[in-house]
Ligand binder design. Structure first.
Ligand code: GCB
Length: 594
């Protein structure tokens, strides 16, 4: 009995990656037998959060004509999954609270199979019930999670109920205030996945940091029974066997002759991993990424990151991007701008966006929503942030397109913040030694026309990243060509944010350029680029932002009306004048790179 308990504790720790959260096992769905549960789900809008979990999760019905049940899924409204609720019903546009979702589904139990219920994302908190039994809870609106339901699922009709709640709270991540729409609901796909009794729980297969030919990683098996794990990459002539240790883990270390993935040639290999009872397949790319002095080096060559940021939002629809078509639209815009790099702002975006971006040849920065105003003095914050970081790394660690994990955005230096982020940087490195770590910050030492990067967090980072809105939130202390950036750290810098707001179609002559005009934004981009040219350690730029986005705090009556207008594209996807300035800059940069 004791050894069984020990085994399960061990298994839970293994499954939970670095997060230490037992419920969140990591079962790669790619190449597995999955049953998709997307579509129309019944919903109960619980405005005052007064519904009884016991009754609702059991889909309780009136006992007879004289019994009454106020909350019922019978004849209820429906919402599409995946999808935010705000854009699906007018009365939910600003809704922050609880909605109960229900889906019935048929299932045939198979002997000797583990069954997992997997969620791409639920914003922000969720409680999951299967056949009236609580399966687990999850916090965080942008990470995937799953629960084993082998014992709760049954043959025949199953009742799945999800309580989703997107109230903003001070102790959440992000906290109470953030500059994007607080979309709620089951925003990404839901699946049931099956594995054999003894199965491959996870794997990490990437090139060792800085190496063009040394594949390094591991394959984790669910059981500790020693066995052989086969790794086949037919396109590279690899067919090798590795032995699991007493923890069920096989360490992978092999030399390979590979066509390296790059934005110009985003080569992905078919990879097949088999244990004695299980097989998983994936498409994996190999590239080396490292920092050398003040350079970011991809496959042995210094690169300039021609970046752009976007939110996971389709502005034309005023809703969360939720389909592959949505991801493709955003990424195609980025391609047209001349980018080779995406900053996925400000949270892990969907797996389909990440996979598609990789296929299309984008390097990526992925971050967790540790965004301003976080309660760093709250002892629970490190655990929550690390859970999110762990879940992000768990899901995307085999995506070579991701080159940077970012820990936070615009957090003010303080002993609690510095210690928390330092610890997170160390934990991220431990979980994934192959990538670069960054964090976007906005606190500097300013004196006249000199700006000095001195944030102590920089010690823990590979790449320095600054958000600085010269000419918008800060007036120019000197002509753009005379602003001097200095850094106390011998590391590469990227401008992770800069820009200004302009309303598409609002024009002013260049001489009388005023705020909110396309001409003002155009000039501001030209000025910033002039400044960039004078920063010797600048290795990338990421304008804020690809397209105008919904933000409830942006209420300028004439120009914003709930939109942040810093897009290079309008809310309808029209190009503002600044778009062309940025595209020209990237064309030049690309030529220099070749
Ligand atoms: C920032 C934030 C970003 C905002 C942007 C703005 O510094 O990182 O989330 O949307 O500025 O528009 O002010």
């Amino acid at each position: 009995r004791v050894s069984e308990i020990k085994y399960y504790v061990f298994l839970m720790l293994v499954l939970s990656g670095i997060s230490g959260y037992a419920q969140n096992s990591n079962v790669n769905l790619t190449g597995r037998n999955v049953q998709n549960l997307d579509g129309k789900w019944n919903v109960i809008i619980d405005w005052y959060d007064s519904g009884s979990a016991t009754a609702i999760s059991a889909n309780k019905k009136p006992a007879g004509a004289t019994d009454f049940t106020e909350f019922s899924f019978d004849n209820s409204q429906t919402l599409n999954v995946p999808g935010d609720w705000n854009s699906q019903r007018a009365e939910l546009k600003y809704y922050e609270g609880t909605i109960w979702y229900k889906r019935d589904f048929n299932y045939t139990k198979k002997p000797g199979k583990h069954v997992f219920l997997s969620f791409g994302a639920v914003s922000y908190r969720s409680d999951i019930y299967l056949n009236g039994q609580k399966i687990g809870s999850h916090e965080g609106g942008f990470n995937s999670f799953n629960f084993e339901v082998t014992d709760q699922i049954k043959s025949g009709l199953n009742l799945l109920v999800v309580k989703a709640n997107n109230e903003r709270r001070a102790d959440a991540i992000p906290a109470r205030k953030f500059d994007w729409w607080n979309y709620g609901g089951i925003t990404r796909s839901v699946n049931i996945a099956e594995t054999p009794e003894d199965y491959i729980t996870d794997y990490f297969i990437q090139l060792q940091k800085g190496s063009p030919n040394q594949i390094q990683g591991w394959v984790q098996n669910s059981s500790r029974k020693p066995q052989h794990i086969k790794l086949a990459i037919p396109g590279a002539g690899i067919d090798k066997t590795f032995k699991t240790d007493t923890n069920g883990r096989a360490l992978i270390n092999l030399n390979a002759k590979l066509v390296l993935w790059s934005p110009a040639k985003p080569k992905l290999y078919k990879v097949k991993i088999s244990s004695s009872a299980d097989t998983v397949e994936d498409k994996i790319g190999f590239r080396s990424i490292e920092v050398k002095g003040r350079d970011i080096v991809l496959n042995g060559r210094p690169v300039f990151l021609r970046g752009i940021s976007f939110h996971e939002e389709v502005p034309q629809r005023q809703g969360r991007a939720s389909s592959e078509t949505d991801s493709r639209m955003l990424l195609t815009w980025a391609k047209e701008l001349g980018c080779n790099f995406i900053r996925l702002a400000h949270y892990p975006q969907s797996e389909q966006t990440v996979r598609l971006a990789e296929e299309m040849g984008f390097m990526m920065w992925e971050e967790i929503p540790v965004w301003q105003g976080i309660q760093f003095t709250n002892p629970e914050i490190l655990g929550k942030a690390n859970m999110m970081l762990g879940e992000m790394i768990d899901r995307d660690k085999n995506r070579c397109g991701i080159i940077i994990w970012s820990l936070s955005n615009e957090t003010a230096p303080s002993p609690a913040r510095n210690a928390t982020l330092k610890q997170m940087a160390a934990d991220a490195r431990k979980a994934d030694p192959s990538r670069l770590i960054s964090s976007a910050y906005d606190h500097f030492k300013n004196s006249r026309n000199e700006i000095v990067i001195d944030d102590p967090l920089s010690e823990s980072l590979d790449v320095l990243a600054v958000n600085k809105y010269m000419g918008w939130y800060q007036s120019w202390p000197a002509g753009p060509g005379n602003v001097i950036w200095k850094s106390n750290f011998n590391k590469p810098l990227i401008f992770s944010e800069f820009g200004s707001e302009a309303m598409y179609g609002n024009h002013g002559s260049k001489d009388t350029a005023s705020l909110w005009t396309e001409e003002h934004q155009e000039q501001l981009y030209k000025d910033n680029i002039e400044m960039f040219k004078k920063i010797p350690f600048l290795r990338g730029t990421c304008p804020w932002i690809l397209a105008d986005f919904r933000a409830p705090g942006r209420m300028h009556a004439q120009f914003q009306e709930g939109w942040n207008r810093k897009g290079l594209l309008s809310d309808k996807g029209f190009k503002k004048k600044a778009w062309y300035v940025m595209r020209r800059f990237y064309e030049q940069k690309q030529k220099q790179d070749l």
